[in-house]
Design a protein around this ligand. Structure first.
Ligand code: GLA
Length: 664
């Protein structure tokens, strides 16, 4: 074989080897791509498989494969087997890993609300799908626009490329959340990497911020008190500190006397005028003084009423004994020492009218309304009750229609100090004229009766409530123990501050802390501890009437801590009576400020994000404070934080608050 032949053979060999190598590489590439593809193949998770436990729902609890009320998911006649039933305002965060592909769903208002006429008219929501990328930047992916009851379902198909979380949101379309039953049907995520996981909203264990009261005397009563000339006077000096304690009052107007061991001032003052009285509280450790301005004139409730109401706990099951127990506990647990005063019976005490005189009587659960009032007064507290403008109350008991003046006079005869007048069965009446009948009667009554208008904000009672004699008026529908309800109402008060002042208050409804239930079965409030701090802080900034809605005798330490912080309550009870208002609103935070009589500002830094803490900042120029530095005090902790110029910022817990007071 020649050398040339040999070379040719060698070349051929190399060529076929190369071919083989190429083929092998190609097959490997195909194999690897196949394997890669196989690993990365798209999976699908239906959101109902993840459960509904971590969905934030504005009412009740969200459900998998059922509507919020537990019926088959149904939108405009179309029934869906799979999906999530929730209620506005609702939020659901799902963790992704950047490799999720798509989100699909069919959304709408559930047909179940059409069974109710008001529901069919009032339900409206907006579905929003948004996500966050690796830099935590929020992107809105899809919006349904406003959807109403009966609207055909709308389809969502959005890409989830590069997102690390997905948020499914249902808003109340800015008209309140009543009847907003919202369905995410056939909701599913296509993904390649890790399976999407629900994110749990943040909920701390209950934590106590209010320091225990000092053993030395401290007077916590508001600085001003109004009474009409000749009306029976009852003012209990609210003071913390070790007992025994003795009280004194210098400069009391003629007609008043003080019981030095109970601290109760009673009597009658005939002469109108302003009286400055020095209150003194003494125990073995020291002495406290405070000036009380007594205004004898035509105005009462010069600071927002503080007390208890039976509705949010006992609902219609309330009895005389429930009322007595809360009254007793108000004293025994020391709440009276912080200014808590009124014990109010809500709906369901009425019986039949006397067939001859038409006078109202109580039902068998309330054997003797006068005896009950006497008992509550004997504790140094005041007592209130409830009625309705219509022929029946909301719960179907005897209303006051046609007996307005007579009923007010009966309440006065029994010794009641407060009346809440509801608006059920009053459709078609003019609220202003209707409430004026009661207001006029209250003016003629032989005792001071705080007049609470409860028509749920219909026809803007803040514009006429005071002129018909109202001391407070509900600005919204009924509160519930959900973030959506509480925050919706509370933050929804923005802009109403100009209508409030001493003797006339906006009422964002009663407190939902402690045990609630609206009936015999009670449960702890569904608000998280941070949400409860937000609730009390916001209500105090709003100069809101503070009516505790839980049985006081069952109160736990955390709830007691919320209701006995003298520096926080002082914000509510400030004698200037200027309601706070919103200063700044961000995507997920708000800053509210309230001007205090001494020129300081009470400021709430609120974090509206349910999942993550957030730094919230107040610029002093936005709350009318120039030329710092200013002393900043944390009111819940009752601790100075230092002096700050220009601004203050703090990290705020999810759905929580930092409540500060800034002193010029
Ligand atoms: C209405 C009121 C509530 C409560 C109930 C009683 O709903 O708004 O605060 O008084 O009636 O039935």
């Amino acid at each position: 074989m020649t050398k040339k032949q040999n070379m040719g053979k060698h070349n051929q060999k190399t060529k076929s080897l190369r071919k083989l190598f190429l083929l092998a590489t190609l097959s490997l590439i195909v194999l690897f791509s196949f394997m890669f593809y196989a690993c990365k193949k798209t999976n699908v998770v239906y959101l109902d498989e993840l459960g509904a436990e971590h969905i934030i729902s504005g009412w009740s609890e969200a459900k998998a494969n059922k509507s919020i009320a537990g019926n088959p998911l149904t939108i405009a006649g179309q029934v869906f087997e799979r999906g999530l039933g929730t209620h506005a305002t609702s939020q659901y965060r799902i963790k992704l890993d950047g490799q999720a592909v798509k989100f699909h769903a069919v959304v709408g208002i559930d047909d179940e609300i059409k069974k109710n006429k008001r529901g069919a008219e009032r339900a409206s929501v907006e579905f929003i799908v948004s996500g966050r990328d690796k830099n935590n930047l929020k992107k809105t992916l899809w919006k349904s626009g406003v959807m109403k009851a009966g609207d055909p379902a709308r389809k969502v198909n959005v890409s989830l490329k590069n997102l690390i979380s997905l948020d499914l949101i249902v808003t109340d379309a800015e008209d309140g959340h009543a009847y907003d039953h919202a369905d995410w049907c056939e909701a599913r995520i296509e993904y390649r990497g890790n399976k999407p996981e629900p994110v749990k909203p943040y909920a701390a264990e209950p934590y106590i911020l209010t320091p225990p009261p000092a053993p030395e005397p401290k007077i916590n009563s508001p600085k001003v008190f109004g009474v009409r000339p000749g009306s029976p006077f009852l003012f209990t000096i609210a003071a913390t500190g070790e007992r025994p304690m003795t009280f004194a009052a210098e400069g009391l107007p003629r007609g008043l006397k003080l019981n030095s061991s109970t601290g109760r001032i009673t009597g009658f003052v005939d002469k109108p005028g302003t009286y400055k009285v020095k209150l003194i509280a003494k125990n073995k450790l020291g002495k406290a003084e405070k000036t009380l301005r007594i205004e004898v004139g035509d105005k009462i409730a010069l600071t927002p009423p503080m007390g208890w109401n039976s509705w949010n706990c006992w609902g219609c099951s309330v009895t005389d004994e429930n009322v007595r127990q809360s009254a007793r506990a108000m004293v025994e647990k020391g709440l009276i020492n912080y200014g808590w005063t009124y014990i109010n019976i809500d709906d369901c005490w009425h019986g039949q009218r006397d067939p001859k005189t038409g006078e109202i009587r109580s039902n068998e659960k309330f054997p003797d309304m006068k005896a009950l009032a006497d008992y509550v007064h004997s504790l140094g507290l005041k007592i209130g009750l409830y009625t309705d403008c219509g022929p029946k109350t909301c719960a179907g008991y005897e209303g006051s229609e046609g007996h307005e003046e007579q009923d007010i006079m009966t309440y006065a005869k029994w010794g009641y100090d407060y009346v809440k007048i509801d608006w059920c069965h009053c459709e078609g009446k003019d609220p202003r004229a209707t409430y004026k009948i009661f207001g006029d009667a209250i003016k003629r009554a032989p005792r001071d009766i705080v007049f609470s208008i409860c028509n749920w904000g219909l026809q803007n009672p803040w514009e006429w409530g005071e002129s018909v004699g109202g001391n407070l008026w509900r600005t919204t529908g009924d509160i519930e123990d959900s973030w959506s309800s509480m925050a919706g109402i509370g933050f929804g008060q923005a802009g109403l501050s100009k209508y409030a002042g001493p003797g006339h208050w906006n009422d964002p409804d009663m407190l939902v802390v402690g045990k609630v239930g609206w009936g015999p079965q009670l449960r702890p409030s569904r608000l998280t501890p941070d949400e409860q701090y937000t609730h009390i802080s916001l209500w105090c900034l709003l100069s809101a009437p503070l009516l505790i809605g839980c049985p006081i005798e069952q109160i736990d330490d955390f709830t007691l801590n919320l209701l006995t912080n003298a520096e926080v309550l002082e914000v509510d009870q400030d004698p200037l009576g200027r309601q706070g208002d919103r200063v700044t609103k961000g995507d997920d935070y708000e800053v509210w400020s309230k001007e205090m009589e001494d020129g300081s500002r009470a400021v709430g830094l609120f974090n509206l994000d349910p999942y993550e803490p957030k730094i919230v900042r107040v610029d002093f120029s936005t709350i009318g404070l120039e030329n710092g530095p200013f002393r900043v005090r944390d009111l819940w902790r009752q601790k100075d934080l230092g002096n700050f110029s220009n601004y203050f910022e703090a990290e705020v817990a999810p759905h929580g608050v930092v409540l500060i007071r800034i002193f010029p």
